[in-house]
Design a protein around this ligand. Structure first.
Ligand code: NAP
Length: 269
């Protein structure tokens, strides 16, 4: 029997019904003539998933909710950036050794690359897993961060860890923010008419980045466009963090070549 040299990659998390990762990574393999296939591997037990990664083997695993923190103890090594952020969203299996990385931060950096951040007032909504990678990037770019979160204590933890201040609700309309970033799931399908901020707070010239990518254009981004803000979509972050995963696995440069259009097309279907 011929042994296929096809490689397997996976997205792991729970639930995984909505994941667009296989579509994106498999399009990348096709375009680059790489004999590999990404499959969705839903599972609640992270230890079992790690065993599958070792045994199958899975060469690259994209890690999503709720495993980004809990998978860390099963890694053979963890990249320094991922350690500082406190979350792993990528596992690379190098000859049986599992190495953990965080590529969300690369997706964030690429999405924000044209936005001046040094000494700019940046409001971050949310203090969960994605906000950790955001905090890491904003600290490195010397932004003046204001953290706002439903559970104030978690915003305090973010300010303590990455710097910045905790914003009271009254400060949201009173402060002149240069950049507003949503890292909460508010506005995500199916609740597409919800926004994490009242439209009246938005001002022309602000940059508004919503990391929610489903729908492609959230209510927050629609309101921001109507107010004359510059908008950045979570699709860019999603594609860039995925391409960074391929860079880490293949150990070579890869191009962002038409993948955002592919994802937007799928989201609009
Ligand atoms: P998470 O760890 O569960 O954190 C969610 C945060 O949002 C928490 O701060 C939570 O506040 C807040 N929140 C949740 N529901 C809320 C509500 N109804 N009202 C007010 N605040 C609420 O989630 P995550 O991993 O950071 O992911 C957040 C979103 O980012 C998801 O939609 C995810 O799909 C998206 N994401 C996108 C990308 C991308 O590549 N574009 C990458 C990663 C994540 P509490 O602290 O009060 O609970």
């Amino acid at each position: 029997m011929a042994v296929s040299d096809k490689k397997f990659t996976a997205v792991i998390g729970f639930p995984l019904g909505h994941t667009l990762s296989p579509l994106l990574h498999n399009a990348f393999y096709k375009k680059n003539n790489i004999n590999a296939e990404m499959r969705a591997m839903p599972g609640e037990d992270v230890e079992k998933l790690v065993k599958v990664i070792r045994v199958l083997p899975v060469c690259l695993a994209a890690v999503t909710i709720p495993h980004k923190q809990t998978i860390m103890e099963f890694m053979d090594s963890i990249d320094e950036t991922a350690k500082e952020i406190g979350a792993v969203n990528t596992v690379i299996n190098r000859d049986g050794k599992l190495c953990g990385y965080n590529t969300d931060v690369v997706g964030i950096a690429k999405t924000l690359q044209a936005v001046p951040l040094k000494n700019k007032n940046v409001l971050v909504l949310g203090a969960g897993g994605a906000a950790q990678a955001m905090g890491y990037h904003l600290a490195r770019t010397h932004a003046l961060v204001y953290w706002y979160n439903r559970t104030r204590e978690r915003a305090e933890v973010m300010a303590e860890k990455f710097g910045g201040k905790v914003a009271a609700e009254s400060a949201l309309s009173a402060t002149n923010f240069d950049v507003i970033i949503n890292t909460t799931p508010i506005g995500m399908l199916p609740k597409t008419e919800e926004s994490p901020l009242p439209a009246g707070i938005l001002r022309a010239g602000q940059v508004v980045f919503d990391i929610v990518y489903n729908p492609f254009e959230t209510k927050l981004l629609r309101d921001a466009k109507a107010a004359g803000c510059n908008t950045l979509s979570g699709v860019t972050m999603f594609v860039e963090q995925a391409l960074e995963q391929e860079r880490l696995w293949l150990e070579r440069e890869v191009e962002n070549d038409g993948y955002e259009e592919l994802i937007i097309g799928e989201l609009k279907r």
